[in-house]
Design a binder for this molecule. Sequence first.
Ligand code: SF4
Length: 436
Amino acid sequence: MNPVIPIQSAQRASTPIHSEGPQIRQERGQREVFCGLTGIIWLHRKIQDAFFLVVGSRTCAHLIQSAAGVMIFAEPRFGTAIIDDRDLSGIADANEELDKVVNQLLRRRKDIKTLFLVGSCPSEVIKLDLARAAQRLNKQFNPNVRVLNYSGSGIETTFTQGEDACLSSIVESLPPIGTSETSNHKKLLIVGTLADVVEDQMMRIFKDMGLESVEFFPGRNSQKPPLIDENTYYLLAQPFLADTAKRIEDKGAIRLPAPFPLGVEGTSAWFEAAANAFEISSTVLDEALSAPRQRANTAIAKHRRLLENKKIFFFPDSQLEIPLARFLSRELGMKLTEVGVPYIHRQHLEQELKLLATDTLIMEGQHVEDQLDRCEQANPDLVVCGLGLANPLEAKGFTTKWSIELVFTPIQGFDQAGDLAELFSRPLVRKEKIAA
Ligand code: SF4
């Protein structure tokens, strides 16, 4: 986890940058963020024949081990090649050491088909070139094992950007257009890591809609990368995939603008975007969505009774804040006091922003001290924030929800809408029980 670094040139005044729609302001200053290595936790569960080798320090190893919990019963699919004093001082050749570790690992683990070398703050500080290391190792191990690299360093990123960097490295490794197999029928690609259970539910709905050509990226099997070309239409399942989306579009794919599949409204509109692109009639769409939508509405209703009119404040952390704010305000009746977001991709979030009330205060970037002052002033019933702020805020009497839990938990789609609502009602119920 990276420390809080005071930025000397912090701009304390925030500036409005939009005159219409929700009020979006920006601020710069000291930030509280979590590094991109965290993405390994959900990526290693999804890509089941991949291994994530962090090239980093003991701090990095400690971060992912404690975030992932101890895996006693399974062979882990992540680990850390520790950069120690000998590497830092130049006594040992870090490249030779890395090659040794990779050779040992791949000799022992024949199940690994893709190896990600994941850069960290220490590997960047000693300027260890992992792209060249991946090239060198590919000469030795490809085609049995494909070696890719990306950075999970926490110096400048938010914790969800690790997934973006990882997926982006996979798309970059796909053969250039024209050199690979292409298809001339339209197909749909869902982009962003989803739990297997969510993927299976969504696949059933797509089938009910009559859509057979659907792929999920990343898939469970890294040896079957998606075929991306100008006949590919893609839907983002996560709002933090700016670089991945750009690389996908460079291959000719077309993004289908839609809200994100959180809650009943977002999920319905997300499937509707696919239906429009593939000319599926509204009758077929309604038939496919009606039962799961009904289940989701029933599951949400009991949480609405608990959450309605409660005030919520978001500190910027996961980049999921805007879709969550939309769900909580429109479907659960919560009052948004401030929606902090580390970074807003205006195009990817356009459909979401339209659904927020025009008086919603959205704060892009962070000046944590000013934001803490605003939070105290707003006196919300619930604060969504990173791990570093949760304890101090709880000590001051606020009820908090860790934003990282919203990425670790399956929350997309109709059948998860009730669970998503419960993630916000549970801390309030717990508080009431403690007070009683
Ligand atoms: S990558 Fe950087 S921020 Fe993340 S655990 Fe390692 S040293 Fe800390």
